[in-house]
Design a protein around this ligand. Structure first.
Ligand SMILES: *Cc1c(COP(=O)(O)O)cnc(C)c1O
Length: 479
């Protein structure tokens, strides 16, 4: 039987994996979730314990992408998760692990997810998505023009996943002169003819608004086959489930042990994958949602009230990839919390979409949050600096600001006897200024990134003008 995907809001037809792969929101405005989560028994876990990353990925993803022939899916996974793609490991880590476990002290680990081409965990899912997109488009004889906005990590991860792919062009808007030198160089040095970097004279919100305006022009969107790779994409969430299993097996000796994960969070995509791994039967005791000063998720898990904030109330912090005040994947968790009650979700999100919030206390659901193992905490700039310094002095390990937020909150909940896995979501090389401030020295940088800023750069500068962007895309789109 083929896995069916249904909308969190319960008012959209069920679809298969490849049917939702290239799309975004469900037609009723909700997010897709599998009708049920595949269950892994103790026997399954015992069988999976010895698997390498690719075998594990196939074992898990074949349950979700079951309308792709098994041989094809295996080939896509095998070409994605190789030590050559995830090569930016620390010297003492084994690249063949794909997501090496770095033990800080017994029971306290970093799960290293940032060894891909852009040095952030987003490569774990995005590299797979690039290969899945290419496969699905070729099979259907279609092509796509991906339009996106980025403040740094997502855009470069998408470009490195889609570069050179047949049938795919990428148009990525970024705020001109506002990304770090490293991030700018990483994106703009790509010379692939299917990648277009558009530097907008404005801030990130201007870029985002242009993408929204283009997406709302349905005729244009259809004519130029405009697509997206944002964090609500189900394929991205599914791909992220795999490393929770990989990390679990690496940190434990037997399947009756439980572990905790701490997850630096913004859009709730990463920790949503952890939640699903737990629902599938992985023995996770607690999933710890770590935020920075933008603590809308911490507020929810402490009070049961979810109150998204606007751009004016979103702080710019030194862990910028978590500067998010409206967590786009959060709706998936709330759907499970409500027992997949589409009507409830429609009511709640119509309030959210009108600038309001939701309160699960009124529904008696807040007590249930604990059943899902979720805890939370918040960090701030001073905590990040202190955690980066402590980790460097105590363990000789350099971590980035986002991972520091996760580690800081992890230590608040760390309990002897239960291994704690802190997800490393980026390498410090991406955030040079913050590392200078914390350690008084430059971050370590993978050998493959030496001299990155000296490479020739290719980009177009444009005013924050929807019509100009539309004309540019029309001129360069696949046809
Ligand atoms: C995207 C990102 C996050 C947040 O992940 P979500 O899935 O949005 O919660 C955290 N850290 C880094 C470095 C990121 O790039």
């Amino acid at each position: 039987m083929v896995m069916r995907y249904i909308s969190t809001r319960g008012n959209a037809p069920a679809q298969t994996f490849t049917e939702i792969l290239l799309g975004g929101l469900a037609p009723d405005g909700g997010l897709y979730l599998p009708e049920t989560y595949p269950q892994f028994s103790a026997n399954d876990l015992a069988r999976m314990r010895g698997m390498n990353y690719r075998e594990l990925a196939f074992e898990i993803l074949s349950r979700y992408a079951d309308d792709i022939p098994a041989g094809d899916l295996r080939a896509i996974i095998d070409k994605t998760y190789t030590p050559g793609v995830y090569c930016n490991t620390r010297p003492d880590e084994n690249a063949a692990d794909i997501t090496p476990l770095h033990t800080l002290e017994p029971g306290l680990h970093l799960l290293c997810l940032s060894n891909g081409p852009t040095l952030a965990f987003k490569d774990m899912a995005m590299q797979l998505l690039g290969n899945l997109f290419e496969y699905a488009l070729n099979r259907a004889g279609q092509d796509i023009n991906i339009l996106g906005a980025t403040s740094g990590d997502t855009g470069s991860s998408a470009e490195y996943a889609m570069r050179g792919k047949r049938g795919i062009r990428v148009f990525m808007l970024s705020p001109h002169g506002k990304m770090s030198r490293f991030q700018t160089a990483q994106m703009f040095s790509l010379q692939d003819p299917n990648i277009f970097n558009i530097a907008i004279d404005g801030v990130f919100d201007d870029c985002q608004d242009i993408v929204k305006a283009v997406s709302n022009d349905h005729a244009y969107k259809a004519q130029y086959k405009i697509g997206a790779v944002n964090s609500i994409n189900w394929g991205r969430v599914a791909a992220q489930i795999v490393y929770y299993f990989k990390g679990y097996f690496a940190a434990t000796h037997s399947n009756d042990q439980q572990v905790n994960f701490s997850v630096p969070s913004g859009n709730f995509g990463n920790v949503c994958a952890g939640h699903i791994a737990r629902m599938m039967g992985l023995p996770i005791k607690h999933l710890i949602v770590a935020t920075n000063e933008n603590d809308v998720l911490d507020e929810f898990f402490k009070t049961g009230v979810y109150r998204p904030r606007g751009a004016a109330d979103t702080y710019h912090t030194s862990s910028p990839s978590m500067d998010i005040s409206k967590a786009s994947n959060f709706e998936r968790f709330v759907a499970d919390l409500s027992g997949r009650d589409g009507k409830k979700l429609r009511n709640w999100w119509s309030a959210v979409d009108q600038g309001g919030g939701l309160d699960v206390n009124q529904e008696g659901l807040f007590e249930k949050v604990a059943d899902f193992g979720l805890l939370s905490g918040a960090s701030n700039h001073a905590h990040r600096m202190e955690t980066i310094r402590d980790t460097w002095e105590k363990y000789g390990v350099m971590i980035d600001t986002h991972t520091a937020d996760g580690l800081k909150v992890a230590l608040e909940y760390h309990e002897p006897g239960t291994p704690m896995l802190c997800l490393e979501t980026a390498l410090p090389a991406k955030f040079e200024d913050a590392i200078h401030e914390a350690l008084g020295r430059a971050p370590l940088r993978p050998a493959s990134m030496e001299g990155l800023e000296r490479l020739p750069q290719r980009f177009d500068v444009m005013a924050a003008d929807v019509e100009m962007v539309k004309r540019f895309v029309a001129l360069h789109a696949t046809s």
